[in-house]
Design a protein around this ligand. Structure first.
Ligand code: BES
Ligand code: MN
Length: 389
């Protein structure tokens, strides 16, 4: 954890800026046009792993603060910078750190730039995040790999069993079939439906962004609703048996499925993982054993964008981009944001400037120079607007 602060004075609001300097793995390396850890500016974009998620955006905070200090000799608020290096693996130590330093990190509001904008030039305030629960299914069959001719037909193939089990997770309309999965899903508030209707992101935009032949998701909901207000079950990886060139007549001894569930208020990751386990055992194909290994998880988050700090953030966005901000929830997860609320009692304003085509977590991650510079201005405007309340 890296913590920095200015001299705090009574009577001023305290703003904590959170960011993370760890990044996702860079593989496959051969798909990068330039080395991921040698940032270059090309075509108006900074290309590097972490350019957007989240090092470039953290740097915009630091440079914004530096400009203000250079110009005015002081900041208008009490400031705490908190940068960690474990966000992408679920912030496994930050919760304990917060608990141990509650008073040192006490603040009124948290600013987070680890999120995105819906489209270039469209100021975006995020007031919600999906939560997450991860697990791995280990499907075990024969004690070792077998000859698929000598034994094929006599025992269950674990990869076939894994595929069958995965196929039980959804119905044909994309609804998750795990018993009780939707029990605690809070319905969308009326004002959100109205706010989201103003978000300039069409199905055509999502088709273009994803490159998929068509969109697909839980029946009965719009794409934005599916992304921001509905939980999902995703297969992140499925493997087992021979994956090399050509064929190899093997009957594999096991298969592994990596799953993650995106969660919304008021779902509880531990409760969801219990339901996943029950589902996997109830739907275990005959002839294999299934073990569910729990991974990391994080709670969903929801705040009021019309709180006094939310309004200050909207003013800062309006000043920076010269137009009315849109209010969104994010489909991604930042597990520590809910922990901030629980331990420090402070809400988070999500003011990130990631664009839909910035390729976070993928090869050729990039951050537009335009947004980098906007971030430097936005972070100053935010401190001024919070100070001026
Ligand atoms: N910055 C992302 C989350 C994000 C991306 C939020 C885009 C909003 C818009 C963050 O670094 C991330 O990827 N988090 C992981 C968390 C997980 C590994 C616990 C995620 O969402 O998969
Ligand atoms: Mn991030």
């Amino acid at each position: 954890m890296v913590v920095a602060r200015n001299a705090h004075r009574p009577g001023r609001p305290t703003v904590l800026v959170y960011g993370h300097y760890d990044v996702q793995p860079v593989d496959p390396l051969d798909l990068w046009a330039s080395p991921p850890f040698e940032p270059v500016v090309r075509d108006g974009r900074i290309w590097a792993r972490g350019a957007t998620d989240n090092k470039g955006q953290m740097l915009a905070h630091v440079l914004g603060i530096g400009e203000m200090l250079g110009r005015e000799g002081q900041l208008p608020v009490n400031l705490i910078l908190l940068f960690e290096g474990e966000e992408e693996i679920g912030s496994v130590h930050l919760g304990d750190f917060l608990n141990a330093r509650r008073s040192e990190l006490a603040c009124d509001i948290i600013a987070v730039s680890d999120t995105g904008m819906v489209a270039p030039g469209v100021p975006t305030l995020g007031y919600g995040l999906r939560g997450i629960a991860c697990c791995e299914l280990v499907v075990r069959g024969p004690a070792g790999d077998l000859h698929s001719g000598v034994y094929g037909g006599a025992v269950m193939n674990p990869v076939t069993a894994a595929a069958r089990l995965v196929a039980t997770l959804h119905d044909a309309d994309g609804r998750v079939r795990i018993a009780g999965f939707y029990d605690d899903v809070r319905p969308l508030a009326g004002w959100e439906t109205e706010a989201w209707a103003r978000v300039p992101a069409s199905d055509d935009d999502f088709l273009r962004q994803t490159g998929s032949p068509s969109l697909f998701g839980e029946a009965g909901f719009t794409t934005l609703e599916r992304l921001w207000s509905r939980p999902t079950a995703e297969v992140n990886g499925l493997g087992g048996g021979y994956q090399g060139e050509g064929s190899k007549t093997v009957l594999p001894s096991q298969a592994v499925v990596k799953l993650s569930f995106r969660l919304v208020p008021d779902q509880d990751p531990a409760d969801i993982l219990r339901k996943v386990k029950a589902h996997c055992h109830a739907h275990r194909p005959a002839g294999v054993a299934v073990e569910v290994v729990e991974g990391h998880s994080g709670d969903p988050y929801l705040a009021d964008p019309q709180s006094s700090h939310g309004k200050a953030a909207q003013r800062a966005l309006r000043r920076t981009f010269g137009r009315e901000p849109v209010l969104i929830r994010e489909g991604g997860s930042i597990p520590i944001i809910n922990t901030f609320k629980q331990v420090l009692g402070a809400d988070s304003l999500m003011l990130g400037l990631a664009l839909p085509d910035c390729r976070i977590h993928a090869p050729n991650e990039n951050f537009t120079v335009e947004n980098f510079e906007a971030g430097i201005r936005l972070n100053q405007a935010l401190l001024e607007e919070i100070a001026g309340e």
